[in-house]
Design a protein around this ligand. Structure first.
Ligand SMILES: [Zn+2]
Ligand SMILES: [Zn+2]
Ligand SMILES: [Zn+2]
Ligand SMILES: [Zn+2]
Length: 285
């Protein structure tokens, strides 16, 4: 990480680009898109300093100096909370059908045909006229089977095969593991991971005390106390994971709260996904 004094100089230099941005959030979003569009230029800076640079740029515009920015960096906390939707289990490809929704018909092994049940696949049945004797009552050659004792099976026209009665000749049947959807519900829940910075002393105290009491903490109780002027959303990411703590749908859980000055915020491949951690490790298997 670069020393704050040096960061201020860089921020001052960059600030010309952000003159039209009025809020911390708008500077932040413009900064992120600049990072994406000028990766070579920004590669010389430590990604962990990006948020500080944004705060310093805003501070310079709003107050004409860096004092406000220094205060925010010193007194802010970074938190993550996770939201779950109703029935929000992640779907996996069905192993049984490889995602196709159907499998080879079990009865005909995917051939669509079965051995003719009338003639057992031979195509021939005992001649009904001579009952297989090959001759008629007078001892002459049976005219029906011409002395063979057998005639072509009528059910399969002598071919020995009949359409599979399980798949109707389609060769496949609906996969029962996934009911034909091609996907099955996994043990992992989809969630939204919101990373925020706040410098609201009241909110920080409430979050900290509550987290000491029980963890995870639903922050919906805190919503009335959130001063949006003192909070700044860094990212909202979608992810999935298996949780060992039971989570209720439509609830928000707060998992982390760390001082900004001690938090390594980094920007990953996609600058939109700035986060303090990949997954809420403590609560996942
Ligand atoms: Zn037959
Ligand atoms: Zn016959
Ligand atoms: Zn079949
Ligand atoms: Zn399936």
């Amino acid at each position: 990480m670069i020393m704050n004094e040096k960061l201020k100089k860089i921020s001052s230099k960059l600030s010309n680009r952000y003159k039209d941005s009025k809020s911390l959030t708008s500077i932040y979003h413009k900064f992120l898109s600049d990072v994406q569009n000028n990766q070579e230029y920004f590669s010389r800076y430590d990604t962990r300093d990006y948020v500080k640079m944004v705060i310093y740029i805003y501070s310079l515009f709003e107050t004409g100096g860096f004092e406000w920015g220094d205060g925010i960096i010193k007194n802010s906390w970074v938190g993550n909370y996770f939201e779950f939707g109703e029935g929000d289990y992640a779907e996996d490809e069905c192993d049984n059908c490889n995602g196709n929704g159907s499998i080879d018909c079990d009865l005909c092994d995917g051939n669509g045909e079965l051995e003719c049940s009338t003639c057992s696949g031979s195509g021939q049945v005992t001649c009904p006229a001579c009952d297989g004797d090959a001759e008629d009552e007078e001892g002459d050659e049976c005219s029906e089977c011409r002395g063979n004792g057998e005639v072509n099976c009528e059910d399969c026209d002598g071919g020995g095969r009949e359409t599979c009665n399980n798949c109707g000749g389609d060769s496949s049947e609906t996969c029962t593991d996934c009911n034909g959807n091609g996907t099955v519900e996994s043990d992992e829940l989809n969630y939204h991971n919101t990373t925020f910075i706040t410098w609201d002393k009241n909110l920080i105290n409430r979050l900290r005390n509550s987290m000491e009491l029980n963890n995870p903490t639903g922050i919906e109780d805190f919503t009335p106390f959130v001063d949006e002027e003192k909070m700044f959303i860094l990212s909202i990411e979608q992810d999935r994971g298996e949780f060992r703590t039971e989570v209720s749908p439509d609830k928000i859980y707060c998992f982390t709260l760390n001082p900004l000055s001690e938090t390594d915020l980094f920007i990953r491949r996609n600058p939109e996904s700035l986060t303090t951690m990949d997954k809420p490790h403590d609560y996942m298997y």
